[in-house]
Design a protein around this ligand. Structure first.
Ligand code: ADP
Length: 386
């Protein structure tokens, strides 16, 4: 059993420039600044279930690492409560929390062999030698690093080093495994491979995971649930499917999904509990489910932002029910084409499956050509924010 509970967790860094770890060149964010200092994390609440894989995701500087470091005990908690298996951990030393952490930088001991690196946390715990050997061999096997056990880290590739770092973290079977951007130093191909390996790894070990990334693909593929953060504030917590299908605001809608969701200025028209949206003179009816949600919130006719995913837009014949735009760029992606179109004053991306081109080819899609497209009321997202 390893449940982790974060209750109203807050982190304030004193507002002294010299303490800022990332230097003055950092892009200004919209973090709350109070008399006490910069509020890097505000009112963070999360109940992590035993063996759950939680991913914290959001743009750089939104407070992900700070949250993880507070769980690890590397950063003091300014306010709120951290519980692991029901025990309050705020003031417990990092080494007594039964937590392991994997960093982007691997942090291996360069003068030790891979075997010695893996043995290290177990020796610290004064585990008998034969048990150490057994655990190290097992971790090496799981991670496919058995052939490199006698090498020093500098004789390994980046991917192999990261496997050793993960091995060193799992070898003592911690209650909670924290990972801070563990794949960010790897090239794209290796990153995809390691991502798949992490999915396999978690099935074999009895540990609760908290994983930090700025990469929404990693978040979507690894997380049982993902926590989306912005400016120190949790925006939404849910399964990958929930946050994809029901983003709570424009930020989440734009952050999750590739290519990004399209946004249009639109009018919401309410008439006796029925709703339509109008974009560029084209009106569609909303689905019953969406109507119910809007009616429950008492939303009336108003200006809204309409979100439509690129995969939910289809090319059509010109006509009253279609929006018209001009092609800016056509990107061949293999089985699909990403069409960038300026429509209703916005850059719009449409994913066209190559087989939907009706006998036309990519080269027939001339830049500047007019195209028309449609979307369905059941697949749009209505946001009553700007
Ligand atoms: P993320 O992991 O999402 O990139 P961080 O948790 O590292 O974000 O940082 C959140 C905010 O807190 C940033 O504005 C960062 O500059 C600030 N910060 C992080 N560490 C410190 C520190 N030791 N002292 C002061 N400010 C810090």
């Amino acid at each position: 059993m390893s449940e982790v509970i974060l209750k109203h967790i807050k982190k304030v860094y004193p507002n002294t420039e010299k303490k800022r770890k990332k230097g003055s060149s950092e892009k200004k964010s919209n973090l709350l600044v109070t008399d006490e200092g910069v509020v890097a994390v505000q009112d963070f609440n999360l109940d992590i279930k035993d063996k759950e894989f939680i991913v914290l995701v959001g743009p750089s500087g939104c407070g992900k690492s700070t949250t993880l470091r507070m769980v690890a005990g590397l950063e003091e908690i300014s306010d709120g409560e951290l519980l692991i298996d029901g025990k309050k951990m705020n003031d417990v030393e990092p080494r007594d929390r039964d937590i392991a952490m994997v960093f982007q930088s691997y942090a291996l001991y360069p003068h030790m062999t891979v075997r010695e690196n893996l043995e290290f946390p177990l020796k610290l715990r004064k585990m008998p030698k034969n048990e150490i050997n057994q655990k190290v061999d097992q971790a090496a096997e799981i991670l496919g690093i058995t052939p490199y056990l006698d090498r020093k880290p500098k004789a390994l590739s980046g991917g192999q080093r990261q496997r050793v770092a993960i091995g060193r973290a799992i070898v003592r079977e911690p209650k909670v495994l924290l990972m801070d951007e563990p794949l960010s130093n790897l090239d794209a191909k290796l990153r995809n491979q390691m991502r798949a390996e992490l999915i396999k790894l978690r099935q074999g070990i009895d540990t609760t995971f908290m994983y930090v990334t700025h990469d929404q693909t990693e978040a979507m593929t690894l997380g049982d649930r993902i926590v989306i953060m912005k400016d120190g504030v949790v925006q939404q917590i849910g399964t990958p499917q929930e946050v994809f299908d029901h983003p709570v605001n424009i930020f989440v809608a734009g952050f999750i999904g590739m290519p990004q969701m399209n946004f249009f200025d639109a009018e919401l028209i309410e008439n006796a509990g029925k709703y339509q949206v109008e974009v560029d003179g084209v009106r569609v009816e909303l689905s019953e489910e969406k109507e119910k949600n809007l009616a429950a919130k008492g939303v009336k006719s108003q200006k809204v932002t309409l979100g439509i995913r690129p995969e939910h837009i289809s090319l059509s014949e010109p006509g009253a029910q279609a929006v018209t735009g001009k092609i800016d760029v056509a990107e061949m992606m293999g089985s699909a084409i990403h069409l960038h179109v300026t429509a209703a004053g916005k850059d719009t991306i449409i994913i066209v499956q190559t087989m939907d081109l009706n006998g036309r080819t990519l080269s027939d899609l001339a830049i500047g050509e007019e195209v028309s497209f449609k979307f369905r009321g059941s697949e749009v997202h209505v946001f009553d924010e700007d």
